[in-house]
Design a protein around this ligand. Sequence first.
Ligand code: TYM
Length: 332
Amino acid sequence: METVLSGIRSTGHLHLGNYFGAIRNFVKMQHQHHCYFFIADYHSLTTHPTPSDLHQNVRQVLVEYLAAGIDPEAATLYIQSDVPEVTELFLLLNMNAYKGELERCTSFKEKIRRQPDNVNAGLLTYPVLMAADILIHRATKVPVGKDQEQHLEMARTFANRFNRLYKTGYFPQPFAYNFDSELLKIPGLDGSTKMGKSEGEGNAIFLADDPATIRKKVMRATTDAGPAVAGQPMTQPIENLFNLMRVVSSEDMLQHFLQAYEDTSIRYGDMKKQLAEDIIAFTTPLREKIADIGKDNNYLGRVARMGAEKARESAAKTLGDVREIIGFKSFY
Ligand code: TYM
């Protein structure tokens, strides 16, 4: 049995990228391994949410995780800020994380481009906090999408550096992982290669979107200006539509449109109509569960408490070991 861990920033509704890149991947493992899944609310502070938004976002992500199939009895489902041990490990790991390597991180460069007026130290040390999240449970498999690959590489660097410095093999190496395929990158509807919550209006389909919103977003998705040309490679926007079909539509439907693309009879309007209906069929049961679970405060409270207790037990054990390895000894 391996230790598996994954997490999601609490900055908004979950979208199809989160679902297919991380959650579905995790759900398939939760009954076979020792699994932790958490809501990264400390990470969300890099964008300075208001206190009420912070709380509301954590609640919504918790509801949507549960609706998407995370079983709080099988896995340990918790909120990052309920486990203060994470922040101490973060501080300890920061002593062996170097400014240059943090500045070179792609996601840091991307974030400072996006929020030039708020280049806070939390953005720079984001990968260290992420390593602390993973190492606090000594996890080895991390079900995430392709965009997190570099962060996992950094987590391995910090784990290895700690091991070398203290001549120990305490931390195992964590790897980004997909249960049944390569790491996934679900494309956006605006022609960009990534679906994301901060990528702008119309890029992402959220699990909680109603059918009318889904139809509107998909019908407005970027497509080519002209018709398909035989023998030409697919343009990015068209490839994106096919990649979305690959995750939500039946194999027959996918083959039908691929064939139509090949023989240039394809009409993108028809393909988008079908794609919208397949997304709606897929998200409708999730949307209904989100609405149901969202009403049940008692259940959410029970889940959060149970998760916090289980996560703290494991975290306290690791932190105690780490303090001892580093050389902290009590005088009383
Ligand atoms: P976040 O909140 O941006 O995304 C959560 C998860 O969803 C995946 N994902 C995607 N996968 C495929 N295609 C997409 N378009 C797509 N968009 C998002 C992400 O890869 C991720 O798995 N830093 C993390 C949260 C985090 C974490 C951790 C994850 C904090 N600590 C420790 C794993 C382990 C983040 O911001 O993910």
